[in-house]
Design a protein around this ligand. Structure first.
Ligand SMILES: [Zn+2]
Length: 301
């Protein structure tokens, strides 16, 4: 659900201007108008009342020279600034059809002299909250009355921003040749802050039976201190020290030499009560898993 009332906007009128949209499953859109009036607060107040008196309220009245923003009705209902074209109730096309009357004249595009501020950003935020894309599906609004583009198909099927000059069945050419890039650039999309990274749980070291047996095969016959998988062997050596089978003063060198071999055999006999071949020779997953569960590491095959 998007923003229905813009909290930064003043309210004009009684808050009720239109009704439900005819085609709420059609893409959301915005229509820009100009009031063909002057700017400043006196004009704002006069035009604000005038549009009510002729029942042609847009959703929004905006003064681009002062950043003053007012709202007549809820953004999720229709406004009344467009003419029905006989085929389509253009005020009621789309998920939303947000109409904005900008103080100024089509012959003097407002983006040349405007001073957009926080209220303009609030307006764009509300527009985008309805999923209106930052595009003008019929291109930049016309620079003169004879240059209007009014595609009935585009109007029916594409979301985005339109000038009154683009609406089928209408004959006005406002808002003039506004700078569409400047319009969006004045309210940069705030990038979504990246989701906080989950605090990594301290991961348990993983020791592989296959790696330990590879280390046994190479380290025992090699010169003292030869290492093959030193990190994993050191985890086992630390566990064997904690069990009391390796002298705590013995350097944990990560080498599976005969001292480590004997210590592991003692663990199997004295703690696991294994006998015979089960207590000697290559490291088995059962005995490593038992040692792992007692010393906070993970054993795998
Ligand atoms: Zn208009």
């Amino acid at each position: 659900m998007g923003e229905i009332w813009i909290k930064e906007a003043e309210r004009l009128g009684d808050g009720s201007i239109g009704g439900a949209m005819d085609t709420p499953s059609a893409p959301p859109r915005v229509v820009w108008h100009t009031t063909e009036s002057g700017t400043g607060n006196a004009s704002f107040d006069a035009v604000g009342k005038y549009l009510i008196s002729i029942s042609a309220e847009p959703h929004i009245l905006y003064d681009p020279t002062t950043d003053r923003l007012a709202q007549y009705g809820p953004l999720n209902q229709s406004a009344r600034a467009l003419k029905n074209d006989g085929l389509t109730r253009t005020n009621r096309t789309g998920r939303v059809c947000i109409q904005i009357e900008v103080l100024g004249k089509a012959s003097a595009p407002f983006t040349k002299t405007w001073k957009p501020g926080p209220n303009f950003k609030a307006l764009m935020r509300a527009i985008r909250s309805w999923g209106v894309p930052d595009v003008f599906p019929m291109g930049k609004p016309a620079a003169k009355a004879s240059a209007t583009v009014r595609s009935r198909t585009t109007w029916a099927t594409e979301g985005g921003h339109y000038g009154h000059c683009n609406v089928p069945g209408n004959d006005h050419w406002d808002p003039g040749a506004i700078d569409t890039r400047a319009l969006f650039a004045a309210a940069p999309r705030t990038s979504t802050p990246p989701a906080p990274k989950p605090t990594p749980k301290p991961s348990k070291p993983v020791v592989s039976v296959a790696h330990l047996n590879a280390a046994r095969a190479k380290d025992i016959p090699a010169a003292t201190g030869h290492t093959t998988y030193p990190a994993e062997v050191m985890v086992v050596e630390a566990a064997l020290k904690a069990e009391g089978f390796l002298n705590p003063l013995y350097a944990s060198d990560g080498s599976w030499g005969t001292t480590t071999e004997k210590a592991f055999a003692r663990f199997r006999r004295e703690v696991l009560h294994l006998t015979g071949d089960d207590a000697t020779g290559s490291v088995g997953l059962y005995s490593l898993t038992q040692l792992a569960s007692r010393h906070g590491f993970t054993a795998k095959a």
